[in-house]
Write a protein that binds this ligand. Structure first.
Ligand code: FES
Ligand code: FES
Length: 208
């Protein structure tokens, strides 16, 4: 890393909001920019001219008013403005599926969806799956029963992809489901257990 030494005075002059805006503005430039303080500082300064617009999103059944920039991705909005951190950002460029959410019941990589294009659509994140009384969604229950994940960073994305797939094919074979969620990657390579958990979730869903 070229920039390990950031003067404390420079950091102190940036509010958390400035930094987040900068990271969002940097968007696809860095695959993990939000993890590195120096990148965040650079991004914040590049965001000086960014303009936000207040829009309304339907997220998990709630109308959420939020200021967004025109180049802002849904993943950034969900995580850093709406506090829905269950949606993960892995690659930030449509490769890993960690950021998968449902938009009008169809799985999407939220890192590659501009937030303003999701206006008027129903967005569901991992936080919106459980029932109001806390009862887990069948696919989540399948994960609990089968202990399908190792570190579980990829888990929300896999669950959302599976929930979306089961809406069009509620009774898949193992091979069909594997193909259906093949846009999601697991860095722990826990695929066999994940698939078992997802198949168990499908089974619970059918019997619900
Ligand atoms: S973070 Fe969106 S596909 Fe990887
Ligand atoms: S369980 Fe670790 S990335 Fe999938």
């Amino acid at each position: 890393m070229e920039d390990k030494h950031i003067p404390e005075s420079a950091l102190a002059s940036l509010s958390r909001r400035d930094i987040i805006k900068g990271v969002i503005a940097a968007g696809a430039v860095s695959s993990a920019g939000y993890l590195f303080r120096a990148s965040m500082v650079r991004a914040a300064s590049s965001a000086a001219g960014s303009v936000e617009r207040l829009i309304t999103l339907n997220v998990n059944g709630q109308q959420r008013r939020v200021d967004v920039m025109k180049q802002e991705t849904l993943a950034m909005t969900l995580r850093y403005k709406l506090g829905l951190t269950g949606t993960k950002i892995g690659c930030d460029r449509s490769e890993c599926g960690a950021c998968t959410v449902l938009i009008d019941d169809v799985p999407h990589y939220s890192c590659s969806v501009l937030t303003h294009t999701a206006r008027g659509k129903n967005i569901v994140t991992i936080e919106g799956l459980a029932a109001a009384d806390g009862k887990l969604h069948p696919v989540q229950q399948g994960v609990v029963e089968e202990q399908g994940f190792q570190c579980a960073f990829c888990m929300p994305g896999f669950i959302m992809a599976t929930v979306g797939f089961l809406k069009v094919n509620p009774n898949p074979t193992r091979a069909e489901l594997a193909h259906g969620i093949s846009g999601n990657l697991c860095r722990c390579q826990d695929y066999d257990k994940i698939l078992t958990a997802m198949m168990r979730g499908a089974e619970i869903l059918r019997s619900a």
